[in-house]
Design a protein. Structure first.
Length: 109
């Protein structure tokens, strides 16, 4: 990481999954907070669905919840990093016919 990268990182104020520069207007900070709230809600929805269904791809979750393409694929790594979900070796086809890994709750939940 260069000095420029470090300086760039320092200008960001972090919210729960939302970001705004310290120099941004208050509306940007409020929007970043809202993104954090939505992300938390989406993570909860994913956990509830996986508890019922057992496993799903990110694409399947996006379809079930009517989310934009790749929304679940942003939330799943966050849940993985928190130790709540695991990506399996099994795959399923996406709506576009590509193979995607299935995700499930970890055994610890």
């Amino acid at each position: 990481m260069s000095d420029g990268d470090i300086a760039d990182e320092r200008q960001w104020a972090l919210f729960p999954m939302g970001r705004a520069r310290r120099t941004d207007p208050i509306t940007s900070h409020l929007a970043a907070e809202k993104v954090g709230e939505w992300a938390a809600t989406q993570r909860s929805m994913i956990l509830g669905y996986l508890a019922q269904a057992g496993e799903a791809t990110g694409d399947q979750l996006d379809e079930v919840f009517g989310w934009d393409h790749a929304t679940a694929n942003r939330r799943l790594p966050e849940l993985r990093d928190d130790g709540l979900v695991t990506m399996t070796l099994a795959t399923a086809k996406t709506r576009k016919g590509r193979l995607a890994h299935l995700w499930r709750l970890t055994n610890d939940i």
